[in-house]
Design a binder for this molecule. Sequence first.
Ligand code: T4K
Length: 369
Amino acid sequence: MEKKIFVTQPSLPPLKEFVKSLEKIWDNKWLTNNGKFHQELEKKLSDYLGVKYISLFSNGTLALITALQTLRITGEVITTPYSFVATTHALHWNGIKPVFCDIEAKTMNINAEKIEALITPKTTAILPVHVYGNPCDVKKIEEIADIYGLKVIYDAAHAFNVKLEDESILNFGDLSILSFHATKVFNTIEGGAIISPDAKTKKRIDFLKNFGFADETTVIAPGINAKMNEVQSAFGLLQLKYVDEQIKKRQEVAYHYRKNLENINGLNFLEDLENIKHNYAYFPIFIDYKKYGKSRDEVYEILKKENINGRRYFYPLISNFPTYKGLPSANKSNLPIANKIAQEVICLPMYADLEKNIIEKIAKILKNN
Ligand code: T4K
């Protein structure tokens, strides 16, 4: 049987190098709780990403939950329904009411022009997502947050090393979170991080991810256990050596897709944005049923039959899941663009080692339908 092609394939460091790291961990007999590899990864990542402070986490979801705790966010938070469900779940786990704002069709990010109308006396923050690694309208969002005294936490799970006019996108807002899940551009198997602007905030984050312990006998807050361990950190240090090469290869994959998919009536894809250093985390296409002649779900199934397993990121919309669909802001009439895009999207396979002939095969299937 022909091999299955998945939406992504994790990048892995050379096994021999990882074994050497494991030997060191065995020698150190230090497995977690801010060990040597953890400290080194924090240092190397903050240098590489061009950010002031980074705190490593066991996954991106716990980083999000802790980011909200860090800034003591309560009440209502304006967010996007077009994301992975973890974004809104993090609000729910903090007892915060999500208020969904529609997206704009160029980047699939929260429509900054629509935020102001959703602000109430209970609003304390905005939680936008840099979807597919494309930056939000960070300047407009900052302007609104400043006027209304709101905090901004960016879910930058997809935005590893993305830059806006040479500045890391992670430096915008009050905090940003990253995911280092196996399926991401940079992975530590499971993992995540919070980017913070000053030492005081980093200290609070580091207490919170370690049960709230400030020292052996002082607990400053009801923290959680969200620490990254030494095996994950050592894995991450090796990954970092190869990540530029991986992003370069992803860029080539994206260019090859674009070349092969141009001029298909009713099939759209995203182009690079101006002044942005992209990381090519995903390759979404959008099927316009009326022009293409087949629905997104039909295309998804046709690809699947050919062993091409795309994913409908992000369908269903978070606002249509049972937990959230009863919220007034989840009403479809408030979220027309997000609902439309969620019906059109398929993320095609995207990873550094995706072979050109597979891209060409996918393009051929999409052209012949
Ligand atoms: N915010 C945003 C905007 C996010 O996108 C995410 C996660 C988060 C927050 C939360 O961060 P984490 O807590 O996850 O760090 C996947 C990932 O699990 C998830 O991390 C990611 N976003 C989301 C967009 O995609 P699933 O349920 O689609 O994963 P799964 O297991 O179906 O994997 C997708 C494909 O990847 C599989 O079909 C096969 C391939 N795969 C997967 C794994 C795990 C492999 O080839 N090898 C592997 O080891 O959520």
